[in-house]
Design a protein. Sequence first.
Length: 200
Amino acid sequence: MHMTADYLSESYNFRDPLIYEQVVLSLEKIFSVHHQELTKITWFAQKIQEGFQRIDTFIRQANQNVCPLCKDVCCIRKHGHYTYEDLVYLSALGLRAPHLIVGGNDRDPCPYLLETGCSIERSRRPSHCNWYFCDSLLDYIEPQSTYREFDDSLRDVAELWIGMVEEFRKFSAPLSVQCNHAKTDRCHCRQAECRQIDPF
């Protein structure tokens, strides 16, 4: 399996369990084999995780005050899918994304949503879940005295996310090139232009 531009696209959501699992395993292998080369990406991911943990209390408190009053559920199945960037982030941390729950309608409530809120820790959720704020939630949080601090922290996380993605794109660009030295996916030539998603 080769890295493709589709997987690096922000809009690519993994809905096929087989492809999802293959990509997760491939990324785990990449971060295991190329650990030293990927230390900057790992650093970005750790800082992103810390940033999400910093803002969690503020958002959770707002969710508890706003979400129970909403008539429509914002957290729907359509938005609960991981992107390739999300899987890169989790792999850099040595974490596994939750098992992919398939089926259902895109407008159904997210399968990870419980009565008490999301069952996934904030720093491990699909990025859609962390970047989206409905109007009701924004109306509630913007007047809060700590909103500016929260907004600055969220901007910092967004900048770190962009940095992580750019670094991984630089590293992975050669991975998308088909190797001309072998007819299999298991090339041993180790030339930079021949590196593949399965580097053995």
